[in-house]
Design a protein around this ligand. Structure first.
Ligand code: IPD
Ligand code: CA
Ligand code: CA
Length: 262
């Protein structure tokens, strides 16, 4: 299974890169609002991944960002974000990836994230560790805010969240950490925590396909994932992924957080 998923993620990345070279304005569309972008390439990549899954695992369920949920009673479900970081993809920035997670009864068991611009392939199987291009990953050991580099994202603003949005938490956390980063791909944020480049990352308003693969890669690298109240209802109640050492310290900044995302 892992070899199949690694192979289709790399092929999907090649399709995306080819599509990026031909990207024209007429092929860029919006979804829920003017800032939520989708391109013909997002759709072509998802169609490729789904067609390969249907060939090899026809009985398994599929949940893709662009095509929704298939009708399946299987305990297995592939969860696909064909391009995570479409805004970066459209603007020729490097931080986008193909993300494919396999869940069994709702729990992640295999995950791949491929970043074509770096030729970086992250992958994990439950209980077997997480890897980047064959090298085992481990989260950082940083345990003080002042030394930490922390990532976040702002889909909540694109979704129109007004008072209760991420700006409040950024203004609390930014003055206390070494620095913040905003890469525009939740899947890559999780992988960057897994490899120890970020010490933590949080976001308020994500969908299951944004994090289906990243959560397994991060936890298999020794990290911790919770919602913003320290529970397991992510991403509905926000998400925090960290090296573990900084987790409870960071959660304290969210004690008054109200969940708006259903
Ligand atoms: C987006 C990325 C981004 C996050 C947004 C997502 P998309 O995914 O994961 O990091 O801030 O919330 O929607 O739309 O590029 O697949
Ligand atoms: Ca996404
Ligand atoms: Ca996407």
């Amino acid at each position: 299974m892992i070899e199949f998923m690694k192979s289709i993620a790399k092929q999907a990345g090649a399709i995306a890169l080819a599509g990026q070279l031909e990207l024209q304005k007429k092929r860029i569309h919006t979804k829920g609002n003017a800032r939520d972008l989708v391109t013909d390439t997002d759709r072509a990549v998802e169609e490729f991944i789904c067609s390969r899954i249907r060939e090899e695992y026809p009985q398994y369920g599929i949940f893709g960002e662009e095509t929704g949920k298939s009708d399946s009673s299987s305990e297995y479900c592939f969860i696909i974000d064909p391009i995570d970081g479409t805004a970066s993809f459209v603007h020729n920035l490097p931080n986008w990836c193909v993300s494919i997670g396999l869940h069994k009864n709702g729990e992640p068991i295999v995950a791949v994230v491929y970043q074509p611009s770096m030729n970086d392939l992250y992958y994990a199987e439950k209980g077997k560790g997480a890897y980047l291009n064959g090298t085992k990953l481990h989260v950082s050991a940083c345990d003080t805010l002042v030394e930490s580099i922390v990532g976040t994202g702002f889909f909540c603003l694109r979704a129109g969240w007004k008072e209760e949005n991420n700006l409040k938490y950024v203004s609390r956390i930014a003055p206390l950490v070494c620095d913040l980063r905003k890469y525009g791909s939740a899947a890559l944020d999780a992988c960057l925590v897994a490899r120890g480049s970020l010490d933590a990352w949080w976001e308020l308003c994500l969908a299951p396909y944004d994090i289906a693969a990243g959560v397994l890669i991060l936890t298999e690298a020794g990290g911790r994932i919770t919602d913003l109240h320290g529970g397991t209802e992510f991403p509905q109640k926000g998400i925090m992924g960290s090296n573990g050492a900084l987790h409870s310290t960071l959660l304290k900044f969210f004690e008054d957080h109200q969940d708006l995302h259903s």
